[in-house]
Design a protein around this ligand. Structure first.
Ligand code: AMP
Ligand code: GLY
Length: 422
């Protein structure tokens, strides 16, 4: 099978590494890719925002399967264009991708499907802001009601901070979404979905805040681990029944079936699981941990999803043990990442590239806020943590920072779902 992966982050590097290990894959390209993907896949140039260019590349690469990684092209209809040109494509079409692209659409689908989520109000006029803020109690949750890669969210106990963020969004012409706060630990559940067939991957947890102990601003994600030792073995099956299958069925009912990876971002609250957000693609950096444990060949699985035969696919096989991903970020990330710094020691196993490119003189330099994703595995979380941080040791990038506590609370058994009885 000739496979074309579209994207250039650590998620696409992880997907490419897994595809390269699949004996069914005879040729692999990751476009436009980065300095890391180039070690496992060809890297044809591509403007991922140009659907015609994606189709043209699928043709010239003679792809048997096109895997679209990021939300941007999916929300922009790249998968529709690729399918219309006759290629098998992993990723939802424009309509189904609205589950991520439009928070209003996602809320409407969840409401129709009877799926619990935070209550919310959209404010598009500063004159209505005070009344809307008055509906909520601290901590306040204020979001950019458009694609913001997790960075447009402020969660704060301080009304002043919430008001200022909402006003800055409105000033920039973006509607502000106010939400009730969902307490409890977060879970990222990735599900392969083809119509109403839903196959969950291992549940994972992401670390959104930039600093240790969940301090500082929200980021695209600073680390992840899988599976979740604090959750029962039936967590994934339970979340599929309560949340993902009803949403997949509702999308089928609306005539916009989902095909690809449906990512449920959940909070395990005292009232049960509730949805924080849906995404229409693999999550980053959780994918890097989850795929490190997947033993089932990935190309066949993605192809089955893309061609509507997921129901006939054999059950997934997983390695025992745990995986931990630690993100190495550029100086100044997330506010003002400095780019163009030389990165060394990043060509070892387990080091996935997020924002890197190869300079004309051959040096690898940073080209994004999240620069690398380092993945460790082990018999348990403690061993996987040791492995991940050891792999990080030889890496040099001026001014870089990473969290030192990825998966630490889980390793120590300190994560609890809040008790409904208080
Ligand atoms: P989002 O971009 O919607 O994924 O939000 C980014 C992060 O903000 C989430 O992963 C949560 O940590 C936090 N967050 C968002 N919405 C809520 C909410 N309603 N209650 C609590 N935390 C939230
Ligand atoms: N890990 C968060 C995201 O991919 O949106």
């Amino acid at each position: 099978m000739r496979v074309l992966v579209v994207g250039n982050g650590a998620r696409e590097h992880a997907i490419s590494v897994s595809l390269a290990q699949d004996p069914g894959v005879t040729a692999l390209a990751c476009a436009p890719g980065n300095a890391g993907t180039a070690a496992v896949a060809e890297s044809p140039g591509l403007d991922v925002a140009d659907n015609d260019a994606v189709v043209a590349l699928a043709r010239s690469w003679q792809a048997d399967l096109v895997v679209i990684g990021p939300e941007g092209p999916l929300v922009n209809g790249a998968a529709d264009a690729v399918r219309a040109a006759g290629f098998a494509c992993f990723g939802p079409g424009r309509e189904a991708a609205r589950i991520e692209g439009s928070k209003a659409f996602a809320k409407a689908v969840m409401s129709a499907a009877g799926v619990p989520t935070a209550s919310s109000v959209v404010v598009d006029n500063p004159a209505h802001l005070e009344t809307a803020l008055g509906v909520f109690t601290p901590p306040y949750v204020v979001k950019d009601d458009s694609l913001a890669a997790g960075k447009g969210v402020v969660v704060s106990p301080d009304l002043e901070v919430a008001r200022a963020h909402a006003l800055s969004l409105l000033d920039a012409g973006h509607p502000a979404l106010l939400e009730s706060f969902l307490d409890g630990p977060e879970v990222s559940l990735f599900c392969l979905v083809d119509g109403d067939t839903v196959v969950p991957l291992l549940p994972a947890q992401d670390f959104k805040r930039v600093g240790d102990d969940d301090t500082g601003p929200n980021t695209g994600g600073m680390g992840a681990y899988a599976p979740l030792p604090w959750a029962g073995d039936d967590l994934a099956a339970d979340l599929v029944e309560r949340i993902v299958r009803p949403v997949a069925a509702e999308l089928v009912n609306r005539g916009t079936p989902f095909s690809g990876l449906l990512y449920a971002g959940l909070a395990m609250t005292s009232q049960g699981p509730a949805v924080i957000e849906f995404n229409c693609r693999f999550g980053d950096p959780e994918t890097q941990a989850v795929l490190a444990l997947l033993r089932t060949p990935l190309a066949g699985l993605l192809h089955a999803t893309a061609t509507g035969t997921l129901a006939d696919h054999p059950p997934l096989e997983w390695a025992d043990g745990s995986a931990v991903t630690v993100v190495v970020a550029a100086e100044g990330y997330p506010a003002t990442p400095r780019l163009g710094d030389v990165v060394t020691g990043a060509d070892a196993a387990g080091v996935l590239h997020a924002g890197t490119r190869r300079r004309d003189d051959g040096a690898v330099v940073s080209s994004g806020g999240r620069v690398l994703s380092v993945v460790g595995t082990g018999a348990d979380l403690a061993a996987a943590r040791v492995d991940a941080y050891a792999r990080l040791e030889p890496i040099r990038l001026a001014g870089s920072h990473q969290r030192t506590d990825i998966a630490l609370k889980a390793e120590r058994g300190e994560i609890r779902v809040p008790d409904a009885t208080g």
